[in-house]
Every structure is written in structure tokens, then in C-alpha cells.
Design a protein around this ligand. Structure first.
Ligand SMILES: [Fe+2]
Length: 402
């Protein structure tokens, strides 16, 4: 594992290039990304104070409704590798945490895990947004607070690539060899018996960065200090996602397996003549292009972007002229597709569909950060441009530049 050392450097985690110093991003992507772990140390004694502090976490924890019982709770407590019941720490009436119970839980060694805190905390949302702009894969955070001398989760591997940003305190990480290359599903019990010898044992301190590709088994071990870290997960789209969409477009592959075929002794008794169409499907440009667009649309829906405007701007109808300057909301990702009849622009949870002749206008808007209404291509009349822009403001893609 590479260990980079750089003393007293201010790290801005929003800028990936900065975060990797003294390594270059070219070196990272060619040698480490999805290949092997990386540890960068001794870079900023202040840790990631502009990202998350213990005080931020305290404010978040005690002012947000916990909503116990939700399918994917945003708060979990773990103690000595066992998951605890979050409901036991919540006031039934308000849905808020009982401060005394939570604090006593920490004294008893509870580890706190917060999932998708970017939905509730702007600096983490911005972090996800800027990293998604670079990676072109969806990102999400998990935040872990562990009291001294306590152990949280058991050894496991994840299905996403993770970047550990140590904010406060320290943690001892044991990293074991890769269990399964490029796993699609996480596993928290990869070994039946004893764990093998770890490949690395490292103490991660404030300002450090630890990168773990998916598949590497890891666990954390208690030290005498508490630990607060942000884990940024890059949830990748894979070749398999693209291939799945291509194959789905062939009706033959959507047919049921022949009746009783699973009772056959061996797969060589199966009629697999439809497999001959696989090659054709992957060589069909239209099918590949359509599948590619579907994956892009999925990313556009997941992509984090600049927060919505303030309430007062929503209460007034925007006054628009042909001279009005507009800009695209920061971080938003658009995907454009068209047929002979219609053009469709997908972004966030929205889709704008119109007749095919608006495609050049949509393409221009997609490719341009800032523009005036009059510069939109003239396949639309001036009033057509204003109508289109109004609907794009309403759906959250564009904002008026003051
Ligand atoms: Fe993990």
C-alpha cells in the first residue's frame, strides 16, 4: 500500500485533486482505482473541519426526526458487532432522540452509523456532488462515530469503492486480502472460521485518507481514542449494467426458460440456440446507444445538484424577456434522447419532452453553463424560447442569473 506523507497541508476534500496530494489523480486512477488500497497520511492536523465536526454531528443528531421503523433508517447503533434497536433511543411522541439515552449509549460503547447524511447536511451533499461530477458514478456518504475502546461492525467487504476521510480521533484498520474481485453484493461474513492474517494494519488519523477498493475485507479495532470519520462510497455502474440493458432489448431473451428446463440434469441438455443472437445485439449500434442512454438517465436521476432556490423566489412568477440570462443549476446532469417525433431531456427526477424540432435548443441548454434566452438556437421562436425556459425553471434545471 502506498503511503504518502505531507506535513501541515490544508486539504479541501471537495477538490479530488487536492485531496489526493501528494499523489496525482492520473496515478491514482491508473494504479489504485478498483485495484488496491491507498493510505495518505500526515497532511492536515485540523482534519476535515470544513466537512464535518463532532459539533455538527451533535446538532444533526438531536434536531432531526429519526423515523424508526423505516426500511432504510438513516441512523444505526452497533455494539460489539451487534445491531441495536434504534427505537429504544427515540422519544415516541416527537420522534427525536432522547439525548440522555444516546449519550449513555456512547458511554457503553455504542458505535453510531449515519447513512446518506448528505440528504440532511449541505457540506456532505456538496462533497457527493463534486465527486459525482468527476467520477460519473453516484456517490453517497456514511458517517461513523465510535467511542474509545469499542468495536462496531464485524469484518466484511463492500460492493462499492470507499474513501475514508478521518475527521476527528483515530481508528485502527485491519485490511485483509481481496475476497472476491469486483463484488456486486456486500458480504459481512466472508470467512467461515478464523480470519487470515491482515495484509495491512494502519492507524488512520485526522486529515488522513484511506481508499479501499470493493472486495477488500476490512474491520476496525478499538483504540484509546474516539473516532469520527466520513466514508464516501462510489456506487459504480458496471459493464454488466450496460450489457443487461442491451440484452433486455432483444425480445427473444425476455422469453421464459422452457417449461421444466430446471429439472434437466445438465445445462447442455438446454436448447441455447438463442445465444447466437448475443453477438448481433452487442454489434447493433442502436441497441448499444439506447442502453447507454438508459444508464445515463439512471445517473441523471441519482445525481446530486445545487440546492433549490429560496422560498421567496418560488412565490413570485419569474419575469422573463429575450435578454434574460440563465444558468444551469450546479452539479445537475442531463441526458438527451430523441426520436423522429420527439426530443426528451432527463435530469434529476424530471423529464421534459417536446416535438423533435426543440432538440437543438435542448442540446444547447444541456451543453451551456450560462446563456441568454436569445442565444437559444432559432429552431424556436422568441416566445417558444421563453415558454421552454419557463418550464425548465419550474422543473428546477435553470435559474435566473442576477
Ligand atoms: Fe465497510
Amino acid at each position: 500500500m502506498f503511503k504518502g506523507l505531507l506535513d501541515n497541508m490544508q486539504i479541501d476534500p471537495q477538490h479530488f485533486e487536492d485531496l489526493l496530494k501528494p499523489m496525482t489523480s492520473e496515478k491514482f486512477f491508473s494504479e489504485y482505482w478498483e485495484k488496491k488500497p491507498l493510505l495518505l497520511q500526515n497532511r492536515d492536523v485540523q482534519g476535515y473541519q470544513n466537512l464535518l465536526t463532532l459539533k455538527d454531528l451533535e446538532n444533526l443528531l438531536f434536531t432531526h426526526v429519526v423515523q424508526p421503523g423505516r426500511a432504510t433508517p438513516w441512523v444505526r447503533f452497533v455494539n460489539n458487532k451487534k445491531m441495536l434497536n434504534v427505537d429504544d433511543y427515540v422519544e415516541a411522541k416527537s420522534g427525536l432522540f432522547n439525548r440522555t439515552k444516546v449519550i449513555n449509549g456512547f458511554k457503553e460503547g455504542n458505535t453510531l452509523a449515519l447513512y446518506r447524511l448528505e440528504d440532511r447536511f449541505e457540506p456532505l451533499k456538496r462533497l457527493c456532488q463534486t465527486w459525482e461530477d468527476l467520477f460519473g458514478h453516484p456517490c453517497a456518504t456514511e458517517v461513523f462515530l465510535t467511542p474509545p475502546r469499542s468495536q462496531g461492525f464485524r469484518a466484511h467487504f463492500d460492493q462499492f469503492n470507499i474513501f475514508i476521510l478521518q475527521a476527528e480521533g483515530e481508528k485502527l484498520w485491519k485490511i485483509y486480502d481481496i475476497y472476491e474481485p469486483f463484488p456486486l453484493v456486500a458480504n459481512d461474513m466472508p470467512y467461515n472460521g478464523e480470519l487470515p492474517e491482515p495484509l495491512y494494519e494502519v492507524v488512520v488519523k485526522p486529515g488522513d485518507l484511506l481508499y479501499l477498493p470493493r472486495g477488500y475485507v476490512h474491520e476496525t479495532v478499538a483504540t484509546d481514542k474516539y473516532s469520527l470519520h466520513v466514508s464516501l462510497a462510489v456506487n459504480i455502474f458496471t459493464w454488466l449494467d450496460l450489457m443487461h440493458e442491451i440484452l433486455k432489448s432483444v425480445p427473444e431473451f425476455r422469453k421464459a426458460l422452457p417449461i421444466g428446463s430446471l429439472f434437466l440434469e445438465d445445462s447442455d441438455q438446454l436448447d441455447t440456440s438463442c445465444f447466437e443472437q448475443v453477438d448481433d445485439a452487442f454489434k447493433d449500434f442502436t441497441k448499444v446507444e439506447d442502453a447507454f442512454k438508459l444508464i445515463k438517465n439512471r445517473f441523471a436521476k441519482l445525481k446530486k445538484y445545487e440546492a433549490q432556490e429560496s422560498l421567496d423566489s418560488a412565490l413570485e412568477e419569474p419575469s422573463l424577456t429575450i435578454e434574460t440570462i440563465l444558468k444551469k443549476r450546479e452539479g445537475i446532469f442531463c441526458s438527451l434522447s430523441s426520436t423522429e417525433e420527439e426530443a426528451k431531456l432527463a435530469f434529476a427526477e424530471e423529464e421534459i419532452t417536446g416535438p423533435n424540432f426543440i432538440e437543438p435548443a435542448l442540446q444547447y441548454i444541456m451543453d451551456t453553463t450560462q446563456f441568454s434566452v436569445k442565444n437559444i438556437p432559432n429552431t424556436l421562436t422568441d416566445s417558444g424560447k421563453i415558454t421552454l425556459v419557463k418550464s425548465l425553471i419550474k422543473s428546477g434545471l435553470l435559474v435566473i442569473e442576477n
